[in-house]
Design a protein around this ligand. Structure first.
Ligand code: CA
Length: 231
């Protein structure tokens, strides 16, 4: 389960957030100072940091900069009572990925945390922007693929596979590259997993053909696959 570092000096707010996140199954460590947060982040692995900007010892923006410098891939979400646009911009420039303004709505907090962790997860890809081929649109941030507005019901790795092929339409992609990009491993054995997933994505694309022109996935014998945009 994902590990969340909560940095909040306010006892009441911190308590509510820690309890709420813990109840969702997240592993939460709660620090009440900037120094404590930096110590904790240095000592243990963490996937996401919820960082209050108004801390008693070190300015939250400075904590943000230092966390980003030592943990480039961690998801940093600022909690701020400062609603001025300038502060948000400064925070994002200091390395934050996102921000929530106080008072924090718990439903929104959980939705954002879930979305960030899904995006940061293995095989999630770059998670930005939209790719399109014919009538197929792939929304990388939302992890949705649609044809004519109808959503394909893709499993996680099927989505990752389609997104990878959509990244280089018309180009051959080797089996090895697909395995390492989508499954995050160097695969030297049989790649049955890949074929099963390709077959599933092909079937689901074909089912959508009545809603718009869909690309096809061409098998390149002895090499891999190529996504062919529709004419
Ligand atoms: Ca505070």
């Amino acid at each position: 389960m994902a590990r969340i570092l909560l940095v909040e000096d306010d006892e009441t707010i911190g308590g509510v957030l820690a309890t709420t996140l813990g109840a969702q199954g997240y592993q939460v460590s709660w620090e009440q100072t900037g120094a404590g947060a930096l110590r904790s982040a240095a000592a243990t692995e963490v996937d996401l940091v919820l960082l209050d900007l108004g801390l008693p010892d070190i300015d939250g923006l400075e904590v943000c900069r230092r966390l980003r410098a030592t943990r480039p891939s961690v998801v940093l979400v600022m909690l701020t009572a400062r609603t001025e646009e300038m502060d948000v911009v400064v925070g994002l420039e200091a390395g934050a990925d996102d921000y929530l303004t106080k008072p924090v709505r718990l439903g929104e907090l959980l939705a954002r945390v879930r979305a960030h962790l899904r995006r940061a997860g293995p095989g999630a890809g770059d998670g930005q922007g939209t790719a399109a081929a014919g009538g197929l649109r792939v929304d990388l941030a939302g992890r949705r693929a649609t044809v004519g507005g109808r959503e394909l019901t893709l499993r996680a790795k099927e989505f990752d596979l389609l997104a990878r092929l959509m990244a280089t339409p018309g180009a051959a992609v080797s089996r090895e590259d697909l395995m390492s990009d989508v499954w995050d491993e160097n695969w030297f054995g049989p790649t049955k997993t890949l074929d099963v997933h390709v077959a599933a994505v092909r079937r689901k694309l074909a089912e959508m053909a009545e809603h718009g022109p869909v690309p096809s996935i061409v098998t390149l014998r002895g090499h891999g696959y190529r996504l062919e945009p529709p004419d």
